[in-house]
Design a protein around this ligand. Structure first.
Ligand SMILES: Cc1cc2nc3c(=O)[nH]c(=O)nc-3n(C[C@H](O)[C@H](O)[C@H](O)COP(=O)(O)OP(=O)(O)OC[C@H]3O[C@@H](n4cnc5c(N)ncnc54)[C@H](O)[C@@H]3O)c2cc1C
Ligand code: FES
Length: 341
């Protein structure tokens, strides 16, 4: 039954087979309501493209948002009541069938936040390092590798940006944002001034550190360095006896950043290896490091990757080719986590 409130209508969603009941507000997606109610379900992009958050509606009325393409949700699936939770608005009480995840990862509650920009510096020609100080609430616990969603003025949709530092009981959160030509969200973020206010919500995402008893392979390209940096900070904040590699792919030397910091970390920890690689170095780069696509560099560097966990973040083609190299090298598919953008 629907409950009338002063302004916003609310509905109940019954989750099968668990029988749990959650409340969803008009205008809120099923996924948002589930996450905010502490329900652990599979999801990825939160924008209707990866199809990770599929569920089946058994009873009730709902609206699938326009952003869901026919590739993400095929017409025969729509006819059978399947939908993507991240892009579905509720129009009555619902009964849905969804697989709830059993996860050993810590769960961090989602908060709406207001924050102030305390630093915004260009670290390459198109990547900005932005540090925010939380104002309301003053702290939001999060897991390394997770991301926050930002409200972008003039856009109905939010944009996701991954945390680049480990949570340290402080209100400062670092982000690495790549300026996308004509991109509304990334240009808004990169153009922020110190003192500006931003709003959003989080944390979201399940790319958290799972295990410190295995070798770990980190792979990133572009601003995909952000979640990997927070994961590596997390890894070395406690004892880690195995080997860890970080393969970072860029096109030319001017696309590299924080290189000194990574090399210092590798000097400090004998079991951490930083491998930057350029796919198209300029002659003027005088580059004597690895050259080629990151997938090939991984294969060349590591003969045996079995008993390793892997975490990847970068553009889709990099994720696809690197995952292929990792599985051929012996990493099990279930031991690979990634965020692509
Ligand atoms: C889980 C998650 C975490 C993310 N974390 C980060 C992060 O830490 N740092 C970061 O920089 N981005 C991150 N992103 C990507 C970010 O959310 C935006 O998608 C990105 O900033 C583009 O948004 P926009 O509004 O600027 O561009 P839009 O206005 O959405 O797109 C403008 C045009 O650019 C194209 N485009 C979109 N993204 C890219 C891209 N990355 N490269 C090239 N062309 C593109 C679009 O197809 C479109 O044609 C993340 C995305 C997800 C899903
Ligand atoms: S389609 Fe990616 S999370 Fe919903």
């Amino acid at each position: 039954m629907s409950k009338a409130t002063t302004a916003v209508e609310t509905y109940e969603i019954t989750l099968e087979p668990s029988g749990k009941v959650i409340t969803v507000k008009e205008g809120q997606t099923i996924l948002d309501a589930a996450i905010r109610n502490g329900i652990q379900v599979a999801y990825g992009c939160r924008h209707g493209s990866c199809s990770a958050c599929k569920c089946q509606v058994l009873e009730g009325d709902y609206e699938i948002m326009d952003r869901v393409s026919d590739y993400s949700l095929m017409s025969f699936e729509r006819e059978e009541g399947f939908t993507l939770m991240c892009s579905t608005l509720v129009e009555s009480d619902l009964v849905i069938e969804v697989e709830e995840e059993e996860s050993d990862l810590p769960f961090f509650a989602v908060h709406d936040f207001e924050a102030e920009v305390v630093e915004n510096k260009a670290v390459t020609h198109d990547i900005h390092l932005i540090t925010l100080k939380l104002e309301e609430p003053v702290e939001i616990p999060y897991g390394s590798g997770q991301f926050f969603e930002f409200d972008i003025p003039g856009l109905e949709d939010t944009r996701a940006y991954s945390v680049a530092n480990k949570y340290q009981d402080s209100s400062l959160i670092e982000f690495h944002i790549k300026r996308v030509p004509e991109g509304k969200g990334s240009n808004y973020m990169c153009d922020l001034n110190v003192g500006d206010a931003v709003t959003g919500s989080g944390p979201y995402g399940s790319m958290q550190l799972r295990n410190r008893d295995k070798n770990i392979i980190f792979v990133a390209g572009g601003s995909g360095m952000a979640p990997i940096k927070s994961l590596v900070e997390e890894l070395f904040s406690e004892s880690f006896e195995k080997e860890a590699w970080f393969f970072y792919g860029a096109r030319t030397k001017k696309d590299l950043y924080l290189t000194e910091e990574w090399l210092e970390l590798a000097e400090k920890h004998h079991n951490f290896h930083f491998v930057p690689a350029l796919s198209q170095p300029d002659a003027a780069d005088e580059w004597d490091g690895e050259v080629g696509f990151i997938a090939d560099v991984i294969t060349k560097t590591l003969a045996d990757m079995s008993n390793s966990d892997a975490y990847l973040c970068g553009p889709p083609i990099m994720i696809e080719t690197a995952c292929d190299a990792l599985t051929k090298g012996g990493v099990r598919g279930t031991d690979i986590s990634y965020d692509e953008f």
